[in-house]
Ligand binder design. Structure first.
Ligand code: PLP
Length: 472
């Protein structure tokens, strides 16, 4: 493709992108294709001869788009959002155009220094301790893995890195029953072992019970285990419960245990001073993550990971073969030493673009609106006697179920609500996801989409009520 051809295609592609973003609310939110539908339309072998870009674009529209679930639709209320915004997309275009691989400071000094500055901006915006240093990771799962491995190394005097797991005794990691599965995955793959993850019971509001944590640690010590790390969650995936950081932090501090905080989605709410209570006890936090790629209008992927003792992180991950030696080593941040992959994308650019385009006040306004929509939805649900709220509504997630009068059998209610969820999602008009809380099939509606308005929430709620009552 010549530069002139590129120019022509790029201009028409931008038209395609703008039209998509304008119309995203008109697509069926959840793709209705069946397994294999897309695969079977793609030739079994690559073309031998060059094809025009126009045929690629035709297949994008005809083959690929029907198989896309529209996460940027304002009627997308499922999971946690992976919201985006035009300034983020524009910056990603630049990142792809530059094609820089930013493993070292030297391989793109601007990428390393902008990343360092963006992490300072985010630290200040969220009110995290000034001593913490930040780095962008690809995902919360990777950041949690990096935190647990660093905790593992710190407690074993960096022995496991050198001599393997058998040298260090049996390490234990703790999280609540409601913690995200990425914690279990990290413990499973980092050599500590899934059976050494202790899931602590939760209180009525689904947050970790610190007394149960304290007891579990004591019990483990008396059995000869080595407590290593507690992963607390600020904003659990199921219901956005907030674990009590101060109480947990005091226990960690008393026992010399690493405290990692997973605030993947809810961390964005810390840009609001009224939500800083969620990290009361922040002085105890050793590492912390949140995902601007969930709720801060920065397209996937971008996890902000903060750590108090960056030297331990670097000592855990650094490796220096001859071909990576540079003259600036030690004087700059070589972020390849701050996590698992060597190669790194220039992710700071989209954060810079998003924060500058909205301004911190603009970001706060949007986040506050999303939180208000969830509070309004809760009020609307409470007005209907045949629905019930199943968890406290703290941020932007509302957990509820349909509770038709005369049915009190839990298994039947679970089946009805599961059917309701599938019927709604198959309609293409909205997309909800579910969890199970206290054994109850729970519908989760998340009001965190970039362009969601109260009208979208009201329309969705009307459809939910009508669909539920028509199922009965
Ligand atoms: N932690 C929590 C609380 C989450 O809700 C999620 C995903 O929804 C994750 C971690 C994993 O996020 P990622 O996809 O960035 O690994």
């Amino acid at each position: 493709m010549t530069a002139d051809e590129f120019r022509v295609h790029a201009h028409s592609l931008v038209e395609w992108m703008a039209a998509y973003l304008e119309n995203v609310g008109n697509y069926p939110v959840k793709s209705a294709v069946k397994p294999g539908d897309i695969f079977n339309q793609i030739p079994g072998a690559p073309p031998q001869e060059a094809e025009p870009f126009s045929s690629f674009m035709r297949d994008l529209d005809e083959v690929i788009m029907p198989g896309i679930t529209h996460w940027q639709s304002p009627d997308f209320f499922a999971y946690f959002p992976a919201n985006s915004s035009p300034p983020s997309v524009l910056a990603e275009m630049i990142t792809a155009t530059l094609g820089a691989q930013c493993m070292n400071w030297e391989t793109s000094p601007a990428a390393a220094e902008l990343e360092e500055k963006m992490m300072i901006w985010l630290r200040e915006m969220t009110g995290l301790p000034a001593e913490m240093e930040g780095v962008i990771q690809d995902s919360a799962s990777t950041a949690t893995l990096a935190a647990i491995i660093t905790a593992r190394e710190k407690i074993s005097g960096f022995e496991i890195n050198n001599n393997g797991a058998s040298s260090a005794g049996v390490l234990r990691v703790y999280c609540s029953e409601q913690a995200h599965s990425s914690v279990e995955k990290a413990v499973k793959i980092c050599g500590i072992g899934r059976s050494n993850l202790v899931k602590i019971t939760v209180r009525e509001d689904f947050s970790m019970d610190p007394a149960a944590l304290d007891k579990a640690i004591d019990d483990d010590r008396s059995k000869g285990f080595l407590p290593c790390c507690v992963v607390a969650t600020v904003g659990t995936t199921g219901s956005t419960a907030v674990d009590p950081i101060k109480a947990i932090g005091e226990i960690c501090s008393r026992n010399g245990i690493w405290l990692h905080v997973d605030a993947a989605m809810a961390g964005t709410a810390l840009i609001l001073p009224e939500f800083r209570w969620m990290i009361n006890g922040k002085e105890y936090i050793d590492s912390f993550l949140f995902n601007p790629h969930k709720w801060m209008f920065t397209n996937f992927d971008c996890t902000a990971f903060f750590i108090r003792d960056a030297d331990s992180l670097i000592r855990t991950f650094e490796i220096l073969p001859e071909y990576l030696k540079t003259r600036t080593r030690g004087a700059v941040n070589d972020y390849r030493d701050w996590g698992i992959p060597l190669g790194r994308r220039f992710r700071a650019l989209k954060l810079w673009s998003v924060i500058r385009s909205y301004g911190t006040e603009g970001l706060r306004n949007k986040i506050r609106q999303h939180i208000e929509f969830a509070a309004k939805l809760k009020e609307m649900i409470l007005e209907e006697p045949d629905f019930e709220i199943l968890a406290p509504v703290l941020i932007n997630v509302v957990c509820f179920r349909y509770l038709p009068s005369g049915i009190d059998n839990e298994a039947t209610l679970n089946l009805i609500n599961e059917k309701l969820n599938h019927t709604l999602n198959d309609s293409g008009k909205l997309y909800l996801s579910h969890t199970v809380l206290d054994g109850k099939y729970t519908l989760r509606m998340v009001t965190g989409q970039t362009n969601v308005t109260l009208a979208h929430v009201e329309k969705a709620w009307k459809l939910i009520m009508e669909t539920a009552r028509s199922l009965a």
